[in-house]
Design a protein around this ligand. Structure first.
Ligand SMILES: [Zn+2]
Ligand SMILES: [Zn+2]
Length: 249
């Protein structure tokens, strides 16, 4: 199983650094996780043939879903037209996106994507990849995602503060792709819906994961410093999910 980082900025994009989006590939199956700003363009670079088997949107914050609009136009008008692309999101997300477009019943938005609401505890299979979902501690209903294939397992935190069901979902994963939005320090406690790099490292240690990939760093953070902080808490291998990075799970 292979993970490609399409974008990994937390909160807002900066030049050359799109927000959250990841392409997971295993045995010819491709799943896109989140569609933050800039990721529709990055997807075309990562997968020029347009082959995609499913899209997962973890929650309705724009840094995770605003490029759904551009994926819609890409698949509707672009060189590789698509219809009925399976798209999974928490209840209400598809309706909110459709409402922004003014897309009522019969609108192409509902033909390009085949939306299905998923919730904590749900599990499903896309091609050769088994997906499972758990709720996180965030302002909006948000799903962490487990992807298992070929005997390997990747868990993506989406956005979360301490708590929620991410720690249980992450237990024993080969790779944890975990948000680390906040700078370390006393201010972190003021933002209960995100993690610091130290908190991500602690979570990784307690969950017994193999490796940790830090993502969703606030744009003003130094990724190298976040990696050091997470490494000290984890005690295992840590890297930053730099845009364009490919990782074998
Ligand atoms: Zn976010
Ligand atoms: Zn969020």
């Amino acid at each position: 199983m292979r993970l490609r980082v399409l974008g990994s900025n937390g909160t807002y994009p900066t030049p050359g650094r799109p927000c959250s989006g990841y392409l997971v590939e295993a045995g010819g199956t491709r799943v896109m996780l989140d569609a933050g700003p800039g990721t529709a363009a990055a997807l075309q670079e990562a997968a020029p043939d347009g082959a995609l088997d499913a899209l997962v949107v973890t929650h309705a914050h724009p840094d995770h879903c605003s490029d759904v609009f551009h994926l819609f136009n890409l698949f509707r008008f672009g060189p590789v037209a698509r219809q009925g692309l399976p798209a999974f999101a928490p209840e209400g997300v598809a309706a909110a996106l459709a409402a922004f477009l003014g897309a009522g019943e019969g609108h192409a938005f509902h033909r390009v994507f085949a939306w299905r609401a998923v919730g904590p505890g749900d599990a499903l299979r896309v091609g050769g990849i088994d997906l499972a979902f758990a709720s996180t501690h965030h302002q909006l209903p948000t799903l962490a995602v487990s992807l298992a294939a070929e005997g390997r397992r990747l868990v993506y935190s989406a956005d979360t503060g301490p708590g929620g069901d991410l720690p249980a979902l992450a237990a024993g994963a080969d790779l944890l792709l975990c948000e680390a939005t906040l700078p370390d320090g006393p201010g972190a406690a003021d933002w209960p819906y995100h993690l610091s790099a130290t908190a991500a490292g602690t979570l990784a240690r307690e969950a017994g994961v193999g490796r940790l990939l830090l993502t969703h760093l606030a744009p003003m953070l130094d990724p190298a410093r976040s990696v050091v902080e997470a490494s000290e808490a984890f005690g295992g291998p840590v890297e930053w999910a730099a845009p364009g990075r490919e990782v074998q799970v």
